[in-house]
Design a protein around this ligand. Structure first.
Ligand code: PEP
Length: 251
């Protein structure tokens, strides 16, 4: 059985006091929950403060991005070791906002995944189609292509560190989530692809989160899908009560 995993992506939101308050509010509300893996991913400048607020809690810390090089002349970038140094367990890689607004390619995402896994970080690897791609019937081709290119060269041992997050771009931040049927279809396709790329045992162990306007009201229905193992929330993860309610629905 795959343990449910719910993570919050705070994106470029909050300030120092707000991030600390959100983290300590969640730590208090979610005390004692052991049946769900929980993580929050604040902006990188607040990782250290949030790490302090979460110390001795059951909430893990994640970053929203990482660079693949170890150190050196890469102005503005942050390495895997730096993230580990400030207590990160997880790192989001390949989020659609980085793919489509910042211009990250599958090749860059692949290098980041490889570096993160080698360093011991656990990547949350995001994939998902644009609205026009879904409307053109290209969802499977687009998502399968992202999975194959992102995981290229990673052997079975390494890929077990990955959580895949299926995030249809048209559902992110729009308030319109994928239906449970749409989510299940793509999740099942991803799991079959992982079985083809690796083997059935690997495919059954890898968690696949859904992301895109996930909120307390749709958590139970989405999580009831056989291949939906967790959620990656954006907007809802910025509200203590909403994020806590999503986790308590699953716990
Ligand atoms: C996200 O950014 O990963 C996300 C799913 O955002 P939202 O929940 O706000 O749609």
């Amino acid at each position: 059985m795959r343990k449910a995993f719910i993570a919050g992506n705070w994106k470029m939101n909050t300030n120092c006091a707000g991030a600390e308050g959100l983290a300590s509010g969640l730590a208090e509300k979610l005390k004692g929950i052991e049946t769900v893996d929980i993580a929050v991913c604040p902006p990188s400048v607040y990782l250290q403060s949030v790490a302090k607020a979460l110390s001795s809690s059951n909430i893990a810390l994640g970053a929203q991005d990482v660079y693949f090089e170890g150190s050196g002349a890469y102005t503005g970038e942050i390495s895997c070791e730096m993230l580990k140094d400030v207590c990160c367990t997880y790192v989001i890689i390949g989020h659609s906002e980085r793919r489509h607004k910042i211009g990250e390619t599958d090749e860059l995402i692949n290098k980041k995944l490889s570096a993160a896994i080698s360093s011991g970080l656990l990547p949350i690897f995001c994939v998902g189609e644009l609205l026009e791609q879904r409307e053109a019937g290209e969802t499977e081709t687009v998502v399968a292509g992202q999975v194959k290119k992102g995981l290229a060269g990673l052997n079975a041992d390494k890929v077990l560190a990955v959580t895949v997050a299926y995030e249809p771009v048209w559902a992110i931040g729009t308030g319109v989530n994928a239906t449970s049927q749409q989510a299940q279809e793509v999740h099942a396709m991803i799991r079959q692809l992982l079985a083809d790329m690796y083997d059935e045992s690997v495919a059954q162990q890898i968690r696949i989160q859904y992301g895109g306007s996930a909120k307390p009201a749709n958590t139970a229905e989405l999580m009831a899908c056989e291949d939906v193992d967790g959620l990656l929330g954006g907007g809802a993860s910025l509200k203590v009560n909403d994020f806590a309610a999503m986790i308590k629905t699953v716990a």
